[in-house]
Write a protein that binds this ligand. Structure first.
Ligand SMILES: Nc1ncnc2c1ncn2[C@@H]1O[C@H](COP(=O)(O)OP(=O)(O)OP(=O)(O)O)[C@@H](O)[C@H]1O
Length: 734
């Protein structure tokens, strides 16, 4: 910013209008006149100094403008002579609006510049605050442009150091570049906004940064000087005797004939780099205004963002993580239940916000617990085989042949009861379990059954201890206890939890303990409709309140209307225990803008027929223009289903990758995995390969509570699978 004529005119006018009191002596009048003369001299000196700053500024600004000029040929708009929003006098040197985003550029003709520890110095003087005005402007501009949907990370504050090259530093949110570097750094971001989006942003920028057409005011206590025509500002020059009554225009230095900052080759290389940059997906730079507002919203405590499948919750969560990392000190943690999802999210953030990706940590919730425990030197031994043998031993000792050992449930049901309900909710006393409302589990247990389950839990716990091992629920509980004992020395600034409905109560407590109730500290993102793990709880039980800090997203961007209608049939009567305490029905999007072909449902004769048709379907969809193997997801409820689909595809020569190994790096292979592993992901084409026809037709009211519970979880899981599909859905049952 150049606040070029800083003195306040109204103030000066007021001073100039002092009337001389009646009866003053001649001597008094003389000294008044001398004082006035001195004041004029000072004004002249000030004006001269200002003029010289103005001269330097304009020459250096012109150099920056010249350096950026090649962008105009690549769809950029260079806005010069714009008013600093909110200021009457100050101007913004240059606003660049184009495919790479919005850049508010301020040129500094500073010599002897040094940057250290997020501060900038001119010689010994710390001039960081001068850049912070620019940062503040960028922040306000972000807020303005959010209204058209521009993601906050697409607005950049750039300070250009005149006459410097090879500079690329950050001072807080301001990027500091040499004037030889600025073109390249802007161009290399590539095309992040489409033409329509650039136009929308430009229109808003033109009204936000209004044009400066009037001459800048001149500060003086003198009567308004005579301005020379169009040649520029006027200087007051003293007479030989120092009297400030002569006004002469100072000839402006002949414009520098610019020696181009960059050679033609350098310009071409910079622009080419932009052309080669990997394009980003639309949602990475441009959001729905409602989404963009949530990204920047300030919540005075834990907050919850919810919405139906495909409404951009994860998108908002990622932008919010980047935004918090950019605007606050310290690290941001993005976490979720699925181990592999954080890698995928990291990949996305790397493209969405490369500037802050190193300040955002991605880790599954178990990995987070492990890090906490490692840091504290608490050893945890997790050994799958030992855990399984502890369970089998405990079952044999306590539950085999008991009131819970019936043909209504597999052992897995009771394993989930122990892992998710008892351990997941952090129960430690029988009385708690005896009186527990088992949210989300329809099969009511009598006291006798509960007693067996509790005994089973205790026996299992003892077997684990005897083997010197822990299970995954123990790992979380230990980390949570550690944090209760002593909070982290270096806290996270913020924790963003994606797919929060998958977490247990103790997991939520552990993550909450990382940030507490700090403003914008804890953001829970999720959709209760996609709850596929048992162990329901309320946030109150976890000691978290999001009251008054909830946001619902309601435009489905992912699925076509046809896919969503098909998938929604599965859960149309579904009710689930919401973490805010109520029994809820799924959020329904108010808008589903995308349209496409109807999903295909095929009834196969047997498993072999299903496999054959699945392979055919894969070949069919990849024959479509724009769809590759990598765009196809084959999803199954069970591991067994994954194995047989993998085998059939491989046999047919189709390249596959298991979702367990998929980390978000694009790979041209069909992704095969369980629905649980597909949480949070999406594919152009989805094939769901292991339902039985009866699952889709059985009626809830004809089932008892055990079967109803099973049906609800199964259908929710299928709903998750189907809503992973962007363009095409194929479901095969037998
Ligand atoms: N503003 C947007 N513009 C264009 N596409 C968008 C926008 N927001 C989201 N999308 C698209 O919608 C998809 C779904 O978004 P996202 O994964 O964030 O939804 P979600 O609500 O987290 O879904 P789920 O709960 O089903 O996992 C994104 O991958 C993206 O392709």
């Amino acid at each position: 910013m150049d606040a070029r004529f800083p003195a306040d005119r109204e103030e000066s006018d007021r001073e100039g209008r002092h009337a001389m009191p009646a009866g003053d002596s001649a001597a008094q009048e003389q000294s008044r006149q001398l004082a006035l003369a001195a004041a004029h001299e000072r004004a002249a000196a000030d004006a001269r100094a200002t003029a010289s700053r103005y001269g330097v500024a304009s020459a250096t600004e012109q150099r920056t403008a010249a350096a950026l000029a090649p962008l105009a040929a690549a769809g950029y708009h260079l806005l010069a002579d714009r008013r600093w929003p909110g200021s009457r006098r100050a101007q913004v040197d240059m606003v660049v609006v184009g495919p790479a985003g919005v850049f508010i550029v301020d040129t500094k003709a500073w010599a002897d510049v040094r940057m250290a520890e997020d501060r900038i110095f001119r010689g010994q003087e710390d001039v960081t605050d001068e850049l912070m005005a620019l940062a503040d402007l960028a922040y306000r501009t972000e807020g303005e442009l959010v209204e058209v949907g521009l993601a906050p990370g697409e607005v950049h504050a750039v300070a250009v150091l005149a006459g410097r090259s090879g500079v690329d530093e950050r001072v807080g949110p301001v990027r500091v570049l040499g004037d030889r570097d600025v073109l390249r750094q802007i161009a290399r971001r590539g095309a992040r906004l489409g033409q329509e989006q650039v136009d929308a942003v430009l229109a808003r920028c033109l009204s936000w940064f209004t044009h400066v057409d009037a001459a800048a005011p001149i500060s003086t206590t003198l009567p308004e000087p005579v301005l020379p025509g169009p040649r520029g500002p006027v200087l007051l020059a003293p007479d030989e005797d120092g009297a400030p009554d002569t006004v002469v225009p100072e000839p402006r230095p002949a414009p520098d004939l610019p020696t181009p900052l960059l050679s033609e080759g350098e310009v071409q290389r910079a622009m080419l780099e932009g052309l080669m940059a990997e394009p980003v997906e639309e949602w990475m730079s441009f959001l729905h205004p409602a989404q963009a507002r949530v990204v920047r919203r300030s919540y005075n405590g834990p907050a919850r963002i919810r919405g139906a499948a495909g409404t951009g919750k994860t998108v908002v969560g990622l932008h919010r993580a980047a935004y918090l990392a950019r605007t606050q000190q310290g690290k941001v943690l993005v976490t979720t239940y699925i181990r592999t999802l954080p890698d995928v999210l990291r990949q996305q953030l790397t493209r969405l916000a490369p500037d802050v990706v190193d300040r955002v940590e991605f880790a599954g919730v178990h990995e987070t617990a492990k890090r906490i425990l490692d840091e504290r030197g608490v050893s945890v031994r997790i050994d799958g085989k030992q855990i399984a043998s502890a369970w089998t031993a405990a079952w044999g000792r306590v539950a085999g042949g008991s009131a819970i050992d019936t043909d209504r449930h597999e052992q897995e049901y009771w394993h989930d009861e122990v892992s998710y309900v008892i351990k997941g909710r952090g129960l430690t006393r029988w009385e708690e379990y005896a009186a527990l409302p088992r949210l989300g589990r329809r099969h009511r247990l009598g006291m006798q059954q509960r007693r067996v389950v509790w005994d089973l839990y205790e026996a299992y716990d003892k077997e684990l201890r005897d083997r010197g091992v822990h299970d995954f629920a123990d790992q979380i509980a230990l980390a949570e206890a550690e944090l209760r004992r002593e909070p982290l020395a270096e806290r996270y600034t913020a924790v963003v939890v994606d797919e929060a409905q998958d977490l247990t109560c103790v997991m939520i407590r552990m993550l909450h303990a990382l940030v507490g109730d700090a403003p914008d500290g804890f953001t829970l993102i999720g959709d209760g409709q996609q709850t596929i793990y048992p162990g329901g709880f309320t946030l109150a039980e976890a000691g978290v309140s999001v009251a008054g800090r909830g946001t619902v997203l309601d435009v489905n961007y992912r699925n076509t209307r046809e896919i969503l209608q098909f998938a929604s049939l599965l859960v149309k009567d579904d009710e689930y225990a919401d973490i805010e305490g109520a029994t809820a029905r799924g959020d329904r999007p108010t808008e589903v803008p995308r349209r496409g072909p109807k999903p295909v449902y095929v009834r196969c004769q047997n498993e072999a027929d299903r496999q054959r048709r699945m392979v055919l379907r894969v070949h069919e969809v990849v024959a479509e223009v724009g769809t590759n193997f990598g765009d196809v997801g084959v999803l199954s409820l069970s591991r067994r289903g994954v194995e047989s689909a993998t085998e059939a595809l491989k046999k047919a020569g189709v390249p596959v990758v298991n979702l367990e190994q998929y980390d978000g790096v694009p790979v041209n292979r069909v992704k095969v995995g369980t629905i649980k592993r597909a949480k949070g992901l999406e594919f152009k084409q989805v094939l769901v390969v292991d339902p039985f026809a009866s699952w889709l037709t059985e009626k809830a009211e004809e089932l008892d509570e055990v079967d109803r519970e099973r049906r609800e979880f199964r259908l929710r899981e299928l709903y998750v699978a189907m809503t992973r599909a962007r363009d095409g859905l194929w479901v095969a049952s037998i």
